[in-house]
Design a protein. Sequence first.
Length: 574
Amino acid sequence: MKKIFNILMAAAITLGTFTNCEDVPMPFNNPLDYLKPDTADVTIEPVGDGTKANPFNVAGVLVYLNELGPDVESTKDIYVTGVVTSVKEAFSTQYGNAQFVISDTDEGTNQFTFYRGLYIGNKKYNNENDMNIEENDVVVICGKIVNYRGSTPETVQNKAYVVSINGIGEEPAPKPTGGEPKGSGTLADPYNATAANAYIATLASGAESDKDIYVKGKIIDIEEKNQFNTTYGNATFYISDDGKDESDKFYVFRTLYLGNKKYTEGELPKKGDEVIICGRVVNYMGNTPETSANKSYIYSINGKTGDGGGGGGTPTGDVGSIDNPKTVTEAVTIINGLEDDATTNESYYVKGKITKIITAEDKIAQYKNIDYMISDGTNEIQVFRGKNLDNTDFTAAGQINVGDEVIVYGKLQKYMKNGEVVPEIAKDNYIVKLTKADNGGGGNTPSPSTQGTKENPYNIADALAAINALADNGYSDSEVYVKGKVVKVTTNQANFEKYGNLNYLISEDGNEGTTITVYSGDGLNGAKFSGIDALNQGDEVIVYGKLQKYVKNDNVTPEIAKGNYLVSLNGKTE
């Protein structure tokens, strides 16, 4: 005999007041049209109101979606109950979600899709020993819902979860009221969980950060399934400021071990351990801030860092600070006390003036770091594969120059080369303070004042150097001339018709890579462009306008500001 799910639930669910679906106007494909009972003697009435206390049955949620309209996401979480009639994707530890269909009867009367939703407790499924979903299970689900394209009623991806399976479930942990965001995301000043989540929320859905960030907190728990092991060498866990689940927490997903290495052996992290995590982060699906898989690592556990590349490091001591950094001479003294090829356990702040840029200009954009020398007038030290301010990439020559004063944060190393000591600030260092020289200090200097003129326009590298020397969101004092080749036009047809100008990218050779954005540009001598195809990849242009260092969400976009125009297009000036 056919099971009728709403009859089984009748004692627990109070009938709500609904308009019969035949009386509802149908301006679009009605999801009920292809979901009618398969026999004439079965009638499923819509019941419930979509609340926790009184969930919709499937017939009820279909009526609700019909009234909502196609592709309109519900503004609130909706509770729905039904019997599982088809499992498209069971819960797995790979993605932590599942996809299945529920109906009002076990023969598929009315259908609603639970689309890539989370597990019981509104969490990712991460333990294969937990109960999974199977056909004929009676479930309650909760989340945002939508009638996708007017014909597929379903939950919104990763915005729903299973409340219970056959009456077994748990309430999701109370959403934190929100802690105080702290930190700037650097090693010297790591984000806490609240600040890390806030930073990642500024990224586009699915977007990964363009730099490593540091996050500090205490481990909440590491399930055995996700603990470090020699098979994968990584682990997954949450951290919070106080190590408690009720606090704001940050999801550390498949992170590597100390020293940015796969785990092979060593002391396993445990609940309550204080860690600093370093690596790339991602706004997964637009709603789950987390570290990128295998692109982060534990920088330290309870103050203990990786081996640093050779052992023999110094014990914890005075490492200086941004306000009171070590001199180069003091850093060299510490280095001379190390064993050969050893690196300090701790990172130091070292202040000096740049005396030489070692990395070739054409390699800077490729490697995104720079080898250079700094001095305090008495001793000199090499900064090895250094990163720019706040641990960001170098993108072009001229971002630092001989004569600039820097404070560099990194570990010290006694590097041995051909039997000689080369004192270094080791790889993974970065600049925490940069003071540009008034006159550039000689060699590797900024371009002379005659550059940027009509007779001697900036090339891309020199224009970028001038832009990076500006304050955030600052403009050059006057208009300049910049020469480059068009990479691509980014304005679409609708915006061109509305505004009549073009946004486009230029680079040295017309290829992707190191580019400058020409923002709201006009054509030759201020005339309007004929269309979005007026510029093509490889066209050589000279643009006249002010330079701008545009900064949004900590991301720098070098631009030629609005109000610019072409003075030359493939040699044509009129």
